[in-house]
Design a protein around this ligand. Structure first.
Ligand code: PGA
Length: 260
């Protein structure tokens, strides 16, 4: 079995201007160094607003900070008359490693469908970056006990037309919508149920090697005090962290979950 390096990604959402971003990156760097962070045990990534990316890049490169960074969304289009959009090539030029596609907030507030998310994942891959493809059910689906088929249907469309190698290289974030920003965390068993089912579906569609390599994150009210139990589950390869990633001490503990 492949040793999948867990990916602990902080999704800042629409928080921190570029000045605040510099402070948060530096504080996180010091805190991780103090804790003897070992990048071979978990990968740390910051998913920041577009206006923060250049600042984060300058700090990470200048100070050789062991962190990846990326964007929260991308345009479907390569260039041209798309006012307000940011292209994948623009993000690649800033050396973004990751781009989140299909976050539930994009689905809810910007009408993004599984088909759009599939197209965005392809655009990100074509530009040489790694998509973090988000999926997850709302409360009514969970209450009906339909979370596994619902999420697998999302995954089928979001990954349609990709090669096995592309799927092996990307990240899937399972985020039950009812657990995002609510303090209502899924149990480790809930997370494993869906993450395990996603891996099985990847195996059935793209083969055993892709399933073995693809990283599957859990997201939704992850905190320092619940990450260890979630990460103990075999099919959970990291976390997509919202609120808790805005606090350097809290996020450093999540990144260094292995040291607890
Ligand atoms: P949360 O957000 O950790 O604040 O629940 C998670 C996310 O939206 O990725």
């Amino acid at each position: 079995m492949t040793d999948r390096t867990p990916l602990m990604a902080g999704n800042w959402k629409m928080n921190c201007n570029h000045v605040e971003a510099a402070g948060l990156v530096q504080k996180l760097d010091w805190t991780l160094k103090d804790g003897h962070y070992d990048a071979s045990k978990s990968e740390c990534a910051l998913i920041v607003p577009f206006t923060d990316i250049r600042t984060v890049q300058t700090l990470v490169e200048g100070d050789k900070i062991p962190m990846a960074y990326g964007a929260q969304d991308v345009s479907l289009y390569a260039s041209g008359a798309y006012t307000g959009e940011i292209s994948a090539d623009m993000l690649a030029k800033l050396k973004c490693a990751y781009v989140v596609v299909g976050h539930s907030e994009r689905r809810d507030y910007h009408g993004e469908t599984d088909e759009i998310i599939n197209a965005k994942a392809k655009v990100v891959l074509a530009a040489g970056m790694i998509p973090i493809v988000c999926c997850g059910e709302k409360l009514d689906i969970r209450k009906a006990g339909e979370q596994v088929p619902f999420v697998l249907a999302q995954v089928d469309i979001c990954l349609a037309g990709l090669t096995a190698e592309q799927v092996a290289s990307l990240v899937i974030a399972y985020e039950p919508v009812w657990a995002i920003g609510t303090g209502e965390v899924a149990t480790p068993e809930d997370a494993q149920e869906v993450c395990g089912a996603i891996r099985e579906r990847v195996a059935a569609t793209f083969g055993a090697e892709a399933a073995d390599k693809v990283r599957i994150q859990y997201g939704g009210s992850v905190k320092a005090n619940n990450i260890v139990d979630i990460m103990a589950k075999p099919d959970v390869d990291g976390a997509l962290v919202g609120g808790a990633s805005l606090n350097a001490d809290e996020f450093a503990k999540i990144v260094m979950f292995y040291a607890v």
